[in-house]
Design a binder for this molecule. Structure first.
Ligand SMILES: Nc1ncnc2c1ncn2[C@@H]1O[C@H](COP(=O)(O)OP(=O)(O)O)[C@@H](O)[C@H]1O
Ligand SMILES: [Mg+2]
Length: 439
């Protein structure tokens, strides 16, 4: 992409009401624009990041055996009357009437819709386990939308729903999601810890929230330090084998959000292992059994020929929130530092003297080579001061900067800067291109 033909409205100053660093940087780097409280337009750079996060989530869901669908944003109130939630949900639900005076709502979540889909088609235990997910916009009329996309009213969520014949099978489905979530966050360059969360009226141990540690997090987290450094399981585990050991290696270490905190258990750990921190909730998984299948009549025939209510769980990832959470975890005074997996462009080419035949020639050559190598470069070909170009490129956080100026061109070199470390090197163009392509 040539910057002269792109739309990247960077700002010198963030609006004063942006309180946390990720919100400020998302506005300044021209990723999002607020349209109303908690409602954002995604500008080109932000949209690219959002799509990349979405794709990582999608790939890990698919790997763990979930199947993608797309459910509508508008849902029938009558479905929610079946589950009993239409009246319970309260003011967070945006209620709408169509021209026939039929009650609709903008989905804050999709248990009812997915249960309706399931009950319409699936009748036998032989079709289980099943896990259906979608990546779709949700609306919750939050009392206090804040921190930009972190707590929006309209936000993008990946929500998956598992269907199983009994609780033991539901646990296997839960375990697959638990581990898939860890892989998602690791690919996004994040350290996420699973903490015990409120299982609701059904009780049990199958409810976890995934927390990114950050000072600006809205939740308080108490955890065993070893959990922070424990890596993700990686893609090569046997997804449909026994995952219990992989999961309990993690859940056996203490970790809880404040509402589930057990001070006595926490204090029983060696002092050096106790960690109290703020966390951003980037995912939430839980098992809720027959909560929807019973009132909505989602039954399957078991091996013994008897019909039973299907056992369900749901699994959410805050896709748009993650854009903010990644920035909270990865930035410096100059701006964002995107991990390569979600960076809007793979490299930036900075022409420090547009119109100089030598600089133009080297930049065009670099731009072509990087494009051909699939790096998706952003070429700053605007006639602007070098200082402004450096500042904008640092701000938007592209992992590599290939800097081309007249002096270097005369000496047969370009400058290569790695955004994350600030490390710079002068080297011939070929070598610089090779370094970028090899990561
Ligand atoms: N208002 C919001 N803005 C952005 N992301 C949200 C919002 N509410 C929830 N999420 C994300 O969606 C995930 C699943 O939501 P869920 O657990 O159902 O919400 P809650 O924690 O509010 O009960 C959360 O872990 C979070 O990452
Ligand atoms: Mg939650």
């Amino acid at each position: 992409m040539r910057l002269s033909r792109y739309f990247m409205p960077t700002l010198r100053e963030a609006p004063a009401d942006a309180q946390i660093v990720s919100h400020r940087l998302m506005l300044r780097a021209g990723l999002i624009r607020q349209e109303a409280a908690g409602i954002y337009a995604w500008l080109p750079l932000g949209l690219k990041v959002l799509k990349k996060i979405e794709q990582v989530v999608r790939e890990e869901m698919n790997r763990a055996g979930a199947v993608e669908i797309l459910m509508p944003t508008l849902q029938l109130a009558d479905l929610w009357r079946e589950s009993g939630r239409y009246d319970d949900y309260g003011e967070e639900m945006l209620r709408i009437k169509d021209r026939h005076e039929r009650d609709l709502l903008y989905g804050p979540t999709a248990e009812e819709v997915v249960t309706d889909i399931f009950r319409s088609y699936v009748k036998s235990y032989k079709d289980l386990p099943m896990n259906l997910y979608n990546i779709q916009w949700k609306f919750r009329d939050e009392r206090r939308p804040r921190f930009g996309v972190m707590r929006g009213r309209e936000f993008l969520m990946k929500d998956a729903y598992s269907f199983d014949i009994d609780e033991a099978a539901a646990r296997r489905s839960y375990n697959r999601m638990f581990l898939a979530y860890l892989n998602v966050y690791a690919r996004l360059g994040l350290k996420a810890i699973p903490v015990k969360a409120d299982p609701g009226p059904i009780g049990g141990d199958m409810s976890h929230e995934f927390m990114i540690l950050a000072e600006t997090g809205e939740s308080e987290v108490f955890a065993h330090r070893d959990l922070v450094e424990m890596g993700a399981p990686g893609p090569d585990i046997d997804w449909f084998g026994d995952l219990e050991a992989e999961v309990s290696r993690r859940t056996s270490l203490y970790a809880a959000s404040d509402e589930m905190h057990d001070a006595a258990r926490f204090e029983a750990m060696p002092e050096g292992k106790r960690m109290t921190a703020r966390g951003i909730e980037v995912g939430h998984i839980f098992y809720f059994g027959e909560k929807y299948s019973a009132p909505m009549g989602a039954k399957v025939t078991g091996p013994d020929g008897k019909d039973v209510n299907v056992q369900m769980g749901s699994y959410g990832v805050g896709v748009s929130r993650l854009a903010g959470a990644i920035i909270e975890a990865s930035h410096d005074d100059a701006g964002i530092i995107w991990p390569a997996s979600v960076a809007p462009f793979g490299a930036a080419v900075l022409n420090l003297r547009v119109g100089d035949a030598g600089c133009d020639e080297v930049c065009e050559q670099a731009y072509r080579a990087l494009t051909d190598a699939g790096i998706d470069p952003l070429y700053d070909d605007r006639d602007d001061r070098p200082g402004a170009k450096f500042a904008a490129t640092d701000l938007v956080g592209i992992p590599w900067q290939l800097i081309v100026g007249p002096k270097g061109v005369a000496d047969g070199v370009v400058e290569l800067k790695r955004r994350a470390t600030g490390e710079r090197q002068s080297l011939p163009l070929d070598a610089a291109l090779k370094a970028i392509v090899n990561g």
